[in-house]
Write a protein that binds this ligand. Structure first.
Ligand code: ATP
Length: 500
């Protein structure tokens, strides 16, 4: 059966796209597709290691380099419809002669009625020379849909004659989302070898293996965490907003049918160490979806178009894993100085534009949590309403919030007792951030252990507070700078006024 992506590929050939760049590592998937769409077509294949090879049998035919191969095959398109398939040739794409030969084939295909030759470049790296930009169409094989995943699993269990309950299969299907056919089959094999069957326990194995694949792709990182919304002291406005959105995520299907817009995401700006990262993790927990981090710095590549290609792949992967929280930490650094004189390069400006368009148009269930300290150099279009559902400002915790944060960290370590006068601690901790307060609790507990005491007192805590240099004293200038920038934009406070 011809797959959906093969139909698209065939339509590209029909529409005379002269060079189709297929970004894929699994050549057998592409060979199958080309066989399906290229019936009656002459297929000439070049492999970087072996030279010209027979497409059907894969046996070497002529040891030669790419230039020689192209010269030999380029005229085939005159007599009969031809596919030229070039594998792993991305490093050759910088040579002027190769570029010129490919251009000539592309132009003949486009402009001569008596010439029919489509070039397929298959490689896991995309390298597009500027001179060929207008002739190359990049084609990404879409990741399998739920129905396709189910078909792959069914084929696998039928082939091996394995019985598995339908609920297990449904569950496993969802866990496989975001992986390609090759990876799914690999994991199924592993699961089968592990226990001789496919059962509910394999879900953990799938998740672990999936994490590995996503890690290897190097563009997104799955973040493991234990934090929940109850670990955040204060920030009541922000938490209430997230709780409302969690209700939508809990019944996405129903909500969409009812006409509710799918939440896009939030931007959390504010003081260092005040719970922004904590909120990203708590959001994923509250929504009951995975947390993946996008590190824009990691997407930067050295070839023309490589960074944009990486960004496209990363965003596509996030969509494939969705629903998920896509966390972009320190977004101001990721897109530093874009479009201004802050040192942003053309590439970052393009990546930024690409990301903005994706955000603007996105109708998927990837929920963005972007966090930032200093937004003074951020392009204003990023903060415009409509990109994010809401912008929140996280300030240094007020008195009541500091009391709650201390309590949370003491309770977490089972050291909270009613004798502790938390009201007294409010006065002593003015200007402390959440990280400072956590450090106070840790120090007090460590001291108590060294001294052989089992309970903590208010005085013990006050002593550690006095020994701690708060953020307000160490980063005075940065804090007033953040406050000044924030005063100029329309942003909601994450804390509730009555917490003061
Ligand atoms: P940065 O801007 O430096 O990345 P951040 O705002 O992301 O900082 P977090 O990483 O969320 O800060 O917090 C640092 C540590 O401080 C966390 O481990 C957390 O335990 C503690 N903390 C910060 N804010 C709070 C809070 N509101 N409630 C409980 N703990 C907090």
């Amino acid at each position: 059966m011809q797959k959906k992506f093969e139909d698209i590929l065939a339509s590209y050939v029909d529409a005379l796209h002269p060079i189709i760049y297929i970004n894929h590592f699994d050549f057998s998937v592409i060979d199958d597709a080309l066989k399906n769409i290229g019936q009656g077509v002459k297929i000439a294949e070049f492999n970087n290691a072996l030279g010209a090879i027979d497409f059907q049998t894969k046996s070497p035919m002529l040891e030669c380099d790419l230039e020689h191969f192209l010269k030999l095959s380029m005229d085939d398109g005159f007599e009969i419809d031809t596919f030229i398939v070039l594998k792993d040739v991305h490093q050759e794409m910088e040579h002027p002669k190769i570029i010129a030969l490919l251009k000539r084939i592309a132009e003949d295909n486009l402009y001569r009625d008596d010439y029919h030759c489509t070039v397929f470049i298959v490689s896991s790296k995309t390298v597009i020379p500027l001179e060929l930009e207008n002739y190359i169409t990049v084609f990404d094989i879409p990741l399998p849909t739920n129905i396709e995943i189910m078909a792959i699993i069914n084929d696998f269990i039928n082939d091996l004659n394995i019985q598995a309950p339908q609920e297990v299969l449904n569950d496993i299907t969802l866990s496989f989302k975001g992986l390609n056919e090759f990876q799914i089959k690999q994991i199924l094999n592993l699961a089968y070898q592990d226990g001789g069957c496919i059962d509910a326990e394999d879900k953990q194995l799938i998740l672990k293996e999936k994490e590995q694949f996503i890690k290897k792709a190097g563009m997104l990182e799955i973040v493991n965490f234990r934090e929940t919304i109850n670990d955040i002291g204060g920030l009541e406005n922000l938490k209430e907003w997230l709780r409302k959105k969690a209700k939508i995520f809990a019944s996405l299907d129903k909500a969409i049918k009812f006409g509710v817009d799918i939440p896009k995401g939030i931007m959390i700006i504010g003081m260092p160490g005040c719970g922004k990262s904590l909120t990203a993790k708590a959001t994923a927990d509250l929504f009951q979806i995975p947390l993946v981090r996008l590190d824009v710095g990691r997407l930067l590549g050295k070839y023309v178009g490589e960074s944009e290609d990486n960004m496209r792949k990363a965003l596509k992967l996030s969509e494939a894993i969705s629903p998920c929280v896509l966390w972009i930490d320190e977004i101001e650094k990721a897109f530093a100085g874009v479009g201004g004189d802050g040192g942003g390069s053309d590439v970052t400006t393009r990546l930024f534009g690409q990301f903005l368009t994706w955000m603007q148009e996105k109708e998927n269930t990837v929920f963005i949590v972007a966090t930032a300290n200093d937004i003074s150099k951020m392009p204003p279009e990023f903060l415009r309403k409509g990109r994010f559902d809401e912008l929140f400002f996280v300030d240094l915790p007020n008195g009541e919030e500091r009391r709650k944060i201390l309590e949370i960290h003491l309770k977490k370590r089972s050291k909270w007792n009613k004798g502790i006068d938390s009201i007294a601690l409010i006065k002593e901790t003015d200007g402390f951030n959440g990280a400072d307060l956590e450090a106070v609790v840790k120090d007090t507990i460590e001291l108590a252990f060294i001294d052989g005491r089992t309970t903590l007192t208010t005085a013990n805590l006050i002593k550690s507070i006095k020994d701690t240099k708060s953020i307000s004293s160490t980063l005075k200038e940065k804090i007033s700078q953040i406050k000044e920038t924030i005063s100029k934009i329309d942003i909601k406070p994450a804390s509730r006024a009555d917490e003061k």
